[in-house]
Design a protein around this ligand. Sequence first.
Ligand SMILES: *Cc1c(COP(=O)(O)O)cnc(C)c1O
Length: 400
Amino acid sequence: MTHQSGRHFLQIPGPTNVPDRVLRAIDNATVDHRGPEFQRMSREVLAGLKEVFRTRSPVVVFPASGTGAWEAALVNTLSPGDRVLMVETGHFATLWQNMAQKLGLAPEFIKGDWRHGADPAAIEARLAEDAKREIKAVCVVHNETSTGVTSRIAEVRKAIDRAGHPALFMVDTISSLASIDYRHDEWGVDVTVAGSQKGLMLPPGLSFNAVSGKALAAAKGAKLPRSYWNWEEMIAANRDGWFPYTPATNLLYGLRVALRMLLEEEGLENVFRRHDRHAEAARRAVRAWGLEIFCASPAEYSGSLTAVLMPGGAGEIEFRRVVLEHFNLSLGSGLSRLRDKVFRIGHLGDFNDLMLCGTLCGIEMGLALAGVPHRKGGVAAAMDYLAGGAAAGEKARAAA
Ligand SMILES: *Cc1c(COP(=O)(O)O)cnc(C)c1O
């Protein structure tokens, strides 16, 4: 490997770039997690998390990757053999479904083509058929990170309500929380699953469950075995700022800084607008290159990443190899059935216009170097949009 000068461009859709301030916060001496300094910090962090999830309910923090929070959501609320309705939006939805099977649940998988989000009408129809109320939970991935397709969570909630069905509603927001508008309480979600290494701008290692009162009530009768993932002990200890086992103290230092950046300095609404704007610029680049955006439904475009179909349906692995070797830029790969077929541009987390332009430059040069059929002008199209948007912003500020 030759020496690479300058910064690595980490533009996979998670883990994302960690701000220097967050890294510096993590790089502090570890304190006693049963002492007063820790207690002050964990109270601030647990309160800030509720704002990010837009909930008044408890948010539980596990020292684990996102996969742990998937498991926690299922084992705290369900019993062996319970039916759960899941939706095949892509690779991550499939993994969650596989996990449900391994845990001894009976998942039903609504088939999908991976290019569309969960269909609220299909969920409503299946729930309406379930006269005996055997389905105990509906599980949807908000932002399918393998495809760049979002699901309309508020509409899924309405579909469940139209069917008058009592199932719990669980949503994976691992790659949407703090990037794409999300509201745990308003959308009537019972368990929201999230992780640290995407929109929250931290390294991997923390995962979260926001837990509604209905989910807590379900936990009382749920019979799947659980110990490490048990909400009850966690929530009881959290009330005073403690944890039932050693928390990931230094990641929590980082989370405190990330929450201040998101909530106090930038503001969540601005965070969402920034992501939408970068996503739109990325899509304009893709169209100008003459390439195809993998998401087939514009209402479901992702604000956190854009998946791009390789012309001719192959060559993603070699293309990404060329881009990494020449430009020290990591792009997301095609996962499972999309292997070698799509590459993914992560534009979430701590990110700005020039980072996006640099990323798109690396892609445009890489397409040429790897001999991928395309047109020039993607970067220019993105720049036009970004500069136009910036000019409009200046005008609005001047007028205010
Ligand atoms: C990243 C991701 C996961 C998996 O999280 P890990 O931290 O790798 O365990 C699950 N679901 C979605 C939507 C993701 O983006």
